[in-house]
Design a protein around this ligand. Sequence first.
Ligand code: ASP
Length: 602
Amino acid sequence: MLKSHSCGELRKEDAGKEVTLAGWVDRRRDHGGLIFIDLRDREGITQIVFNPEISGAAHELADQLRSEYVAHVTGQVALRQAGMENPKLPTGNIEIIAQSVRILNTSLTPPFYVNEDSDVDESLRLKYRYLDLRRTRMKENLLLRAQVVRFMRDFLEKRGFIEIETPILIKSTPEGARDYLVPSRLWPGKFYALPQSPQQMKQLLMISGFEKYYQIARCFRDEDTRADRQPEFTQLDVEMSFAEEEDIIKLFEELFTSLIEKVKPEYRIFKPFPRLSYEEAMERYGSDKPDLRFGVEIKDISDILAKSEFAVFHNTLADGGKVKGLCAPKCGNYSRSQLDELNKFVQAVGAKGLVTISLGAGSGSVKELSLSEIKSQAMKYLTLEQVKQIAERLEANRGDLLLLIAGKGDTLSLAMGELRKEIGRRLNLADPNLFAFAFVINFPLFEWNKEANRWQSMHHPFTQPKDEQISLLDTAPAKVHGKHYDLVCNGFEVGGGSIRIHTDEMQRKVFRILGHKDEDIERLFGHMMEAFKYGAPPHGGIAFGLDRLVMLLAKESTIRQVIAFPKNQNAVDLVFNAPAEATEEQINELHISLKEEPPNEV
Ligand code: ASP
């Protein structure tokens, strides 16, 4: 190696040692005669001092060093003078008195500061990603990611799981997103698809008898460029034979509890992880991935308003709808314009409008509340008694703001859920050090797709229905729940899985309910149906979105911050400028032709 030590390693006890370090020039300071270089490598930063009286040649070369030059320094470790220590650096008690230096490479002036965490345009960062990754924050994110993956591997290996790679070139898998297709050169007119996940392969591995599989697996989904998604992303993918829901939930509760204790011991988690049914999550939090870092629960108050003559409530309730509410603590003094903003917010998330009840400016129990303190556009139609009942149900105090929405079904729940999150954000209610993991269970097996006018799987078609509800499959599919579980954390779904169907009869039944014709089942899933006939064991599994998980652990707000070379929000890789045109020859070899000229630039 060109170095005897890393730049993060030397301490007081090393004083006097002859060492050789190599790395990048993080900073250079010329202090009239003495030149100081902060030399940086992956492990840290060490201060080097060039003194013309110790080595004139080294001092002269040091004068040529600039930011991001690659330098190789030999010298002696010395204690820094009293008062000159830098407590912010682990190596801050020492410095290296340079005897010689070699410039291993020069560098252009980087397009942004590598040695500070300043705000830089993301396109520039993505174009020069290799420089961006030199920055401490990005480096730490990738080191954290590696640590998380290592932990997962160790944890699973100790419990008898083995890692098996599965192919990237396969056939379309029905996971709800659009596939990436790869035209075949050898087979004109045929296409491979990139896997949306290794779902079918891992199930086949269970049929092969491997019993406990995992993989850090790349998945590909050609989704519209909205939200924080990437065309390719990574999952911790797991499958187990002879396991039931409880086994998988327990195993991963243990994995994530011990992972946090190891990599982020300063974070708090709930022990054990709360479990909520899908229905409860939707009712109480208006989301199937609730953020449990704060309360502000949603409550149904339809019964209190049953006789209300306020048209909004009356008409909705008469039409089979509901009125739901939540309490924004200490927001009783919200101004007209703040209330208008909230009204616009709920309209943007699907509600018709918001009814607000301000409980004045006081504090303490609502028992003492008087009519004159209350403000609401529905006041004419509300009695003091009703307001108190609503306030009590919403666990409100004087000085709070009650927010009510009238509506129906999931539209109402989801709007309430968004409103709840918005209140959490505005009031900063979430403890930033709480990692509120929870399992959401008992999902319906199917949901009705209005546009396509058919049932679709809530998870995917391989999920096993609950045993006691199998008899309802033919008569009332809406009532059937699946053996499906999701792991959520702070408002994100970080993983999901299920116990699978393992007989061809049950699989065929479910495919038929999903509207597949027998020929299609054969064409698309014949290989699975056939495999189930050769002694398929009961099995189940789960997959976790590694990018999202590491993003949360690193307290970043996009997954691009924890992926070495992500695509930008338009699915473009700015380092390689991909996607890019192919040559005519390549296109011809693939037996395809282009319908339109590609744009000049992506
Ligand atoms: N393959 C599923 C997914 O990617 C996870 C699973 O069921 O294991 O969502």
